[in-house]
Design a protein around this ligand. Sequence first.
Ligand code: DGY
Length: 318
Amino acid sequence: MKKVLITRKLIEENFINIQNKFHVIHNQSDKKLSDNDIIKMSIGCDGILTFPNNNIHADLLNKLSDSIKIIANYAVGFGNIDIDTANKKKILVTNTPEVLTEATAEVSILLLLGASRRAYEGRIFAENKNWEWSSDFLIGKQMTNKKLGIIGMGRIGRAVADIARGFGMEIHYHNRSRLPENLEKGAIFHEQLKDLLSQSEFLSINCPGGKDNTNLLNKETLKYLPDGAVVANAARGEIINDKDMLDAIRVGKVFALGLDVYNGEPQINEEYLKLKNLFLLPHLGSATKKTRIAMGERAINNLDEFLNKSLKPKDQVN
Ligand code: DGY
């Protein structure tokens, strides 16, 4: 049997399945492994099943045993793995697309609604029992019939658009390239980010993270948003420049912000925590049992196809 290191705890259903296919070393304690742990524990392994909070950087990859031929990431994003170095080391990398589309799109909508309808402040009032209904109590922004801008019209962005159509929203998007009509479903393409932003009363970030999209929302670009826009990020923390976003919130350019992902997570910029018009979640995009099991199955299948069946795995990204 081929041997695989699993760097964090797998859900039981997945664990039962992977044990039938591989000899496994499982970090069941779920404590984050150090680089050294990963290097030592993977000696003699053929593959590694990693998770989005394992930073598989160049130096770590260079120190991995030559026996490692595949890294299967338990996430659709793979910015945590240095692909250039993986390529040099001829290590194949896979992700888990498709299966988390709906779950993550739901969270994008939750962020937009939670932020725009002031859910965090509402919870505080409810808990403190110091509120009374009144005509102007916690007035939020209504999402129905507004314009929604989506950055990144891949599967998740399109699923966000599908839900938002139910709110009567006019969909605008910015993407590397324009979608065919059947996928666009009437959404309006903007080749330039600034043109998309200038239409976005509500804005949902659903593009990949990584070098190309780091600081996409910054001092320069944020100014194109209409005053009082609502912004949600369920993609990756580095897409937003936190300092510039905080300035935009303070001057009212951004009415409210919903975040599921953060620069340097699990840390969160302390300044965000001081503001009430933020709706924050701890990276829950894909956190439903159905989705997490499906992600695990997808990662296991990728390992199985490559290591046991000598096939090109379905979700190879490099
Ligand atoms: C992903 O798959 O990239 C998600 O962020 C993990 O929850």
